[in-house]
Design a binder for this molecule. Structure first.
Ligand code: C5P
Length: 239
């Protein structure tokens, strides 16, 4: 990996180039941020957990035909992924109403719903990732109509597959923030990360919160929860 060059320095991840122009190395660190970066801390070993959890999730998704950027796990903190052009769009799939949407709609956190809710957010730090709809996406030219259809298809399928995978591990996927990217040959695939940092994950039996909400709400044992998610998914993966 002699041509390793930093090409993106995110808060919680660093992306490096590799000898192959279509492949990047993603490094997961222990920095954790919330509320648009206002709250920040180092959570020991979080990067290791998220690297492993993402790798497991992307492998399960690939097996179920959900095309994504993951190639291989390199070590505890790094994975090789296909290089994509970032699309500044987040799709939040909600299997219950929690967090910002529960507050927006004035319902209890964790309200059970009969259908999955999909929200689009414009990925823009300066504007604080505002919620937008399909017509905003097309008006801003973020993607074409066909690409948006594919993004909905990939994220809806990903949500279904991930719900089942977490269920196999005795956990409930409450919501997930998913992102897609464009490969060099113009194909839209699932990208970014799948971890307790961008998913709400509750213990199915006890309702215990196992995700970043622990950090957001100053709850104890954030590392322990992330490790628990990793270990439970590792076991479910082997089944
Ligand atoms: O805060 P909100 O309820 O909108 O979050 C929905 C989901 O998206 C949660 O799982 C949260 O962790 C994730 N999220 C994220 N990045 C953000 C905002 C939310 O990964 N910037």
């Amino acid at each position: 990996m002699s041509t390793r060059e930093l090409i993106y320095d995110g808060k919680e991840k660093k992306v490096y180039s590799t000898e192959d122009p279509d492949v990047v190395l993603i490094h997961y660190n222990d920095v954790t941020t919330a509320y648009g970066g206002i709250k920040r801390a180092v959570i020991k070993d979080k990067g290791i957990c998220n690297n492993h959890i993402s790798a497991l999730a992307f492998q399960v998704l690939a097996k179920e035909g959900v095309e994504n950027h993951f190639i291989s796990l390199e070590n505890d903190r790094e994975q090789l992924c296909r290089k994509i052009e970032i699309i500044p769009l987040q799709v939040v799939a909600r299997n219950r109403l929690a967090g910002s949407t529960a507050r927006m709609l004035g319902v209890e956190n964790g309200t059970v719903i009969p259908n999955t809710v999909f929200e689009l957010r414009y990925n823009n730090d300066r504007l604080k990732d505002p919620m937008i709809n399909d017509t905003h996406v097309l008006a801003l030219g973020i993607v074409t109509e066909d690409e948006l259809k594919r993004i909905y298809y990939l994220t809806a399928r990903a949500n279904e597959v991930l719900k089942e995978f977490f269920h196999k591990a005795g956990m409930e996927l409450v919501d997930a923030k998913l992102e897609c990217g464009r490969t060099s040959d113009g194909k839209i695939i699932l990208s970014d990360e799948i971890s307790p940092d961008n998913c709400r994950i509750w213990d199915e039996k006890t309702g215990e919160v196992l995700d970043k909400d622990r950090f957001r709400h100053d709850m104890s044992d954030v590392t322990v929860s992330y490790q628990q998610v990793m270990e439970r998914l590792e076991k479910a993966f082997e089944k």
